[in-house]
Design a protein around this ligand. Structure first.
Ligand SMILES: Nc1ncnc2c1ncn2[C@@H]1O[C@H](COP(=O)(O)OP(=O)(O)O)[C@@H](O)[C@H]1O
Ligand SMILES: [Mg+2]
Length: 343
């Protein structure tokens, strides 16, 4: 029997998805047993790498707590933790772990890692860059405009006129974040102004886009390198006005339907767009591509790509693969293999 690969599992991290990341890591550790020689390390909310002992205790406490914030410190990058590992699995969501920063550090250190490169991670995280790249790849997207804080402060009238052209309702989003944080659905100028001001509290760049009203939210998982595979299509159902932070992270607030009950031609188009979106950003390893389908107009739009989607056993990405014939532990092993494959 061959030796199991030794893999540094990075989780937690300084983003709003810290707890989601820990949940994903616990799920992965439990499911893969001794098929992987895991070296789990938790990164605190402030970006300190906890040592092996603190990481272990953080991961074995089921309840989220902020013990790691109290006294815990550690290096901002623990090079010693990387010694002798075959690969790193950066199971981190949002800025820092999913936007190319950590990937850049790993590139500098010459360690293979699961998932997208620096460029693809950064493009996937920045909604304005992502939309520009998707536009170049002729992917269908709702109408949108980007606004910088500087332009908002200095050319308000021109910006307002431009944004009015998107119609109502509209969605206001910080360019770089995720988890629906700072995202507001607006139905008039006053609401839009307040939402834009709020979004500038998170980012210098904001995006305003036309709402896909009455849309069903569909998701496709992508796996591979230069010739990636796509999964069956899943659907998110929520009773909230949209898939906001509470709907995402309150247990029971959203229901995942896998596979989604859809006409075959719509599912096929979703999968084709998902593959094209992955190739457009030059993704690697894994990604989840989210789409909107408006049955009333039979319009299909690509909303976004996530280069490190939620990875608990019951998260959409693993569920889409399970429904496509690839079980959760095998999925994890395959991703580690891909990390070690030269392109
Ligand atoms: N243009 C839009 N039309 C309709 N709903 C939208 C639109 N943009 C965002 N939403 C809603 O807001 C949610 C979060 O937006 P999204 O762009 O996916 O941000 P995040 O990266 O935070 O997940 C979506 O899942 C959807 O429910
Ligand atoms: Mg989203």
């Amino acid at each position: 029997m061959t030796e199991p690969p030794r893999v540094l599992l990075l989780c937690g991290g300084p983003s709003a998805e810290h707890d989601v990341s820990l949940a994903s890591a616990r799920s992965l550790l439990a499911a893969t047993g001794d098929r992987v020689a895991w070296v789990p390390r938790v990164i605190s909310r402030r970006g300190h790498w906890l040592d092996a002992r603190d990481s272990h205790s953080r991961l074995t406490r089921a309840a989220a707590d902020d013990q790691d914030e109290a006294g815990a410190t550690g290096p901002r990058l623990d090079i010693a933790a990387l010694a002798g590992v075959d690969a790193v699995f950066p199971l981190l969501h949002g800025p820092y772990g999913e936007d190319g920063r950590l990937q850049g550090a790993l590139e500098v250190l010459g360690v293979p890692y699961v998932g997208s490169s620096v460029l693809a991670s950064a493009v996937g995280m920045d909604k304005l860059a992502m939309k520009a790249v998707f536009g170049e790849a002729a992917l269908p997207q709702v109408a949108y405009r980007g606004v910088t804080r500087h332009r908002w402060r200095t050319q308000r009238e021109a910006v307002d006129a431009e944004l009015d052209g998107l119609g109502w309702p509209a969605f206001v989003k910080p360019a770089n974040l995720g988890s629906s944080i700072g995202i507001v659905r607006v139905a008039g100028r006053a609401e839009r102004e307040a939402a834009i001001e709020g979004a500038f509290g998170h980012d210098r760049r904001v995006i305003v886009e036309a709402a896909a009203t009455g849309a069903r939210e569909l998701e496709v998982a992508v796996l591979g390198l230069d010739d990636p595979r796509t999964s069956v299509v899943g659907e998110i159902h929520t009773d909230a006005a949209f898939y906001d932070y509470a709907a995402k992270y309150t247990p029971g607030a959203a229901r995942l339907d896998v596979p989604a009950d859809l006409p075959a031609r719509v599912a096929d188009a979703c999968r084709a767009y998902a593959r094209r979106a992955f190739l457009a950003i030059d993704g690697a390893g894994l990604a989840r591509v989210d789409l909107f389908w408006q049955p009333e107009h039979d319009a299909l739009w690509v909303n976004e790509i996530n280069t490190m989607p939620g990875f608990t056993e019951t998260s959409m990405f693993p569920r889409l693969w399970a429904a496509s014939g690839l079980a959760y532990p095998d999925l994890a092993l395959h991703l580690i293999e891909l990390a070690r494959t030269a392109r």
